[in-house]
Design a protein around this ligand. Structure first.
Ligand code: HEC
Length: 245
């Protein structure tokens, strides 16, 4: 009996008469250096505009712990690490001409608009290596998937962004322009159905193609060198993201 009680005490790790055992749920020491990662006010979480230049400041003062953390936070929001992205012009086209469908900063897909972006980019997309010579691109940063609103509405750095409709956003960026310019092609019917409501207003896409590097290609007969492959059910399975949500 005594042995059994001992086991229960080990299993519970705390309590069982040992009042000196640490409370595992007690708040830890404050190591935030005054930064705020959870708040109802987005401007507070974004450190009142201090993030974009934070790494330059941190490099100038390498022993400053607060600047060091601020630089890390800046990278969380604004660093793409050179990963492959989508043409900036395409993102801008959708934000400027399809505002009703995509929302400010792609908020219709669950991203959060960056209040400091004059071009209404979302938090979670940032400049990356160009797609081709002269074709600037934007790619994900950690914030697209790991920055979210909590059920009570507060913004939280590190919260999983369950609201992000990654599959639908991918369709908007990759499939919609191809279908608008080149027809249904070899794309999966389910993907086409999910993006069909877009194709009623394709004029801005044609204007964009005339202005941009995409004018040298014509989907699907003469695809752009960097155009994405057809959306197939394999693509969907690989991305593990439903098209309809
Ligand atoms: C496109 C969405 C996306 C982006 C961008 C992204 N992540 Fe993730 N991340 C995920 C998903 C989804 C998981 C969960 C994977 C799983 O559980 O199988 C994850 C898991 C993680 C985990 C593990 C968490 C745990 O509790 O096990 C860490 C740490 C992490 N990501 C850090 C980062 C960092 C740092 C960045 C930016 C450099 C980043 N992620 C960018 C989607 C993303």
């Amino acid at each position: 009996m005594r042995a059994a009680l001992g086991l229960v005490c080990v299993a519970l790790a705390a309590g069982c008469g040992d009042s000196t055992a640490p409370d595992p749920l007690a708040p830890g020491p404050d190591r935030s250096a005054g930064l705020t990662d959870v708040a109802a006010d987005l401007d507070v979480v974004l450190e009142h505009g201090a993030l974009p230049d934070a790494c330059t400041a941190a490099r100038a003062q390498p022993s400053d712990r607060r600047l060091h953390l601020l630089c890390g936070k800046s990278m969380f929001f604004y660093e793409s690490f050179g990963t492959s992205g989508v043409p900036t012009a395409l993102v801008q086209l959708l934000l400027d001409h399809f505002a009703d469908q995509v929302g400010p900063g792609f908020s219709a897909f669950g991203l959060v608009a960056d209040p400091s972006s004059p071009k209404h980019w979302p938090l979670g997309l940032a400049p990356t290596t160009p797609v081709a010579k002269g074709v600037d691109a934007l790619a994900f940063t950690c914030a697209s998937c790991h920055f979210a609103r909590l059920p009570d509405g507060r913004y939280a750095v590190g919260a999983p962004n369950h609201a992000y409709a990654y599959g639908r956003h991918t369709l908007a960026l990759a499939l919609f322009p191809q279908v608008a310019l080149g027809g249904p092609g070899a794309h999966d019917p389910e993907a086409l159905a999910a993006s069909s409501r877009w194709s009623t207003t394709i004029a801005p896409i044609h204007r964009w193609r005339r202005r941009s590097s995409a004018r040298s290609c014509r989907w699907p007969a003469r695809p752009c060198r960097n155009s994405p492959p057809p959306m197939s059910s394999t693509t969907r399975a690989g991305a593990a993201a439903p098209w309809t949500s």
